[in-house]
Design a protein around this ligand. Sequence first.
Ligand code: IVH
Length: 688
Amino acid sequence: MADDDHDTRARALRERLHHHAHRYYVLDAPEVPDAEYDRLFAELQALEAAHPELLTPDSPTQRVGGRVLEGFTPVRHAVAMLSIRTETDTTAAGAEAFDARVRRELALPDDAPPLAYAAELKFDGLAINLRYVYGTLVQAATRGDGETGEDVTQNIRTIGQIPLRLFADAPPAVLEVRGEVYMRRDDFERLNEAQRAQGRKTYVNPRNTAAGAVRQLDSAITAQRPLSFFAYGLGEVQGWDQPATHSATLDALAAFGLPVCTDRAVAEGAAGLVDFHRAMGAKRDELPFDIDGVVYKVDAIALQQRLGFVTREPRWAVAHKYPAQEQMTRLAGIEIQVGRTGKLTPVARLEPVFVGGTTVSNATLHNVFELRRKGVRVGDTVIVRRAGDVIPEIVGRVGVGMADGSSPRQPYVPNFRMPRQCPVCASRVLREKGGIDHRCSGGLVCGAQRKQALLHFAGRRAMDIEGLGDKLVEQLVDAGVIRTLPDLYALGIEQLAGLERMAEKSAANLVAALAKSKRTTLARFLYALGIRQVGETTAKDLARHFGGIEALMAAGVEKLLEVNDVGPIVAQSIRAFFDQPDNVEVVRQLQNAGIHWPESAGEADTTPKPLAGKTLVLTGTLPTLARDEAQALIEAAGGKVAGSVSRKTGYVVAGAEAGSKLDKARELGITVLDEDGLRALLAAAPDE
Ligand code: IVH
């Protein structure tokens, strides 16, 4: 029999879980990271398994999924929307356990050949059922509790990626497509940037933002949210011969015009699953969207049918997790970081926590307004999010008096204030009227700004000075050896070798790297100068338009506005930069130090541009050219490089291990070239 302690604990857990489920599913405003919810859930499950008499019918473990929101018409699913069992062991053992279980349940002998699995990504968004009748989208519904969802057809129609009609001459009588509505990380960042710029509340993470947008009562608001979709399965089907495997079914959905993620594979046995889990884990940060794991499905539909279901979960599928991208930790302090442009950013010092695959001990708090809005203070337990290569950030603070043991806030924690003086150079800190950001007014007098400016200048995509990293820049600036950018080019081997931890060999390497960097392109040089608002793309546009730096420096705002994609803010920022005599002096000194680039005549340029107007897509590994190099050559020849293949693609350049882009190119009949083919094209005269 369970003792009172167990009973009390089970009650507390049920209560906490009910509370969090409501925040998550109904309010779309979770207070704790998913991993914490999962932990509480697993604890309750274990407790109930050990002491079945503690199980109550209203226990959160007895219900799968969310609740129907008031305001939407309920939709009864023709085929229940199931959930998948989750394998929380993030090591290879998770995949092996699934394969072993499937083989046992199918009663396969030990020496039977490996099974084929469809391996996919587990997208982090909101599950949706799309109902197509004779090829027309007639209804879209959320999963709800699995039996009944909400009718969100109007909202789903705003998602451009979802076809309103299937591409098919004789579409099925009924085809229900299931998949995930999600938000790309870059779309999410842009949305939050815009919110921040207006001093508005930022969104917590892409998943909640996507879910919130789909369940908006006003479709006009949904339409303003950049949502995306991936199909991953079927619901009701009538009048269609479904292919014999899940993987072929997804191919068929893609052919119907539905977005299907190309990062998928047919994996052979446990070893194939382990490889996929590892490969996608390594790629996770580069993906444009969040995933919290991968999903394995027995590929043969006949075997899926033999395996069937346990309660609400199929035996033929499992989700295999990756380390969570949100975790809780303690906010140990708030410090101020001074950036390249003098912007003061409050940075959270955290008790180190493993999140999104790495240990995080700092996270950005963006600006003082956002910090206040989030209401975090030193000593609080906070949620940290690290997804992809986005800088880790604090999502919010965990509520007080939690079942997780986090303690209520200490009394008398002072509210955070921005300093009036720069913590690095003691110059005055200013804030534009009505602006959000605080800035140090010290300019290059400020060591922090100097360091950041140097690092930016030396960056791989700027002057590409190999070996000039944080540590060295720190030393050079602190020792007073370097005050301005041109000082870099006066560095000698002896002077460098005199620095701490600097051997003669590395000093010589750096001097060689500096010499090498002098031969560059105008676009790189412009980007390297660190003009506010001038990123890599704008730098390229400016270089292409003006052809040389003199014309650019002389250009007024009007002239600048003629450049592709340059608006008033960017134009004014460029003008302001060159109106500053110190900046012109820096440019002159750098030129005198020997920095040069091939000049051209700008847009009126008459040098041959064999790829003008052409878009190319690169895929796989080329034998000698790195991706960046191939891109630079193509752009120099007037071409553009795109990330995905479409009918507008001119050529696909494919190297070793080219993937789905190559398949797509073949499908669309686009010319495929190898590296030699590309070189021949670059050398060719333009076809006039
Ligand atoms: S299949 C019968 N495949 O994960 C299997 N689900 O509990 C039904 N999800 O909220 C689901 N990516 O929306 C499947 N590639 C994928 C998925 C996926 C994400 C979500 C799904 C649901 C949850 C499953």
